[in-house]
Design a protein around this ligand. Sequence first.
Ligand code: AP5
Ligand code: MG
Length: 192
Amino acid sequence: MRLLLIGAPGSGKGTQAVRLAERFGITHISSGDLLRQHVRDLTPIGQTIKEYVDAGDLVPDSVVMDMLYKPVLAATEQGGYVLDGFPRTVEQAEAAYDVAHKLGAEVKASIHLDVPNDELVRRLLARSRGSEDSAEVIEHRLQVYREKTVPLLDYYARREWLVTVDGTQSEEDVHESIARQVSALAPPASVD
Ligand code: AP5
Ligand code: MG
């Protein structure tokens, strides 16, 4: 099973990815978590991208693509992945498709977590994950989402399975709703 979670900052991508990984025995890969780990570990990548993450800007595509190549390949060989936070632009999706297609690792279903703006801001201010979650940077991240990531919904709706889930439900209900729809898209192989 190979899944993508698409949603605004605060829509619950990380929360749902953890549950989906556990439920379906697949690997959770979060581009944001990996990038923040590089910043904490002061790696060369971390030093290059800290400014972008702190400001709520997208880091350069090449950095993200290089960083994800090995984890995505490894996860594909071990039963699948749920990608959280990547791709984030149509350009990233197109580049990733070319690579994944050659490896037989294409996405099977994309899930859009739909949450209104006010609720996103409320959640992010309540969580407060450092400078990324200041009111100003939250507003910028949401703006970047609307400009760069929303066009991805159209892209996936035209070429792959895209399901939209009401992300304002409880965490449990969002999870069940995703699991139900994903299971319907990819029913388990018949045993008889
Ligand atoms: P990233 O880490 O992906 O951050 P984000 O998209 O801004 O989203 P968050 O992680 O803040 O929210 P989430 O949707 O995971 O929600 P969560 O489950 O945490 O990216 C960070 C940065 O890295 C980017 O700004 C960029 O700089 C860079 N980056 C990452 N990927 C990149 C890429 N592909 N290309 C270029 N740059 C990239 O939940 C949020 C809160 O809500 C939590 O407190 C949670 O408990 C709560 N919550 C969750 N679900 C519910 C619910 N159902 N009801 C009530 N509360 C809920
Ligand atoms: Mg997250």
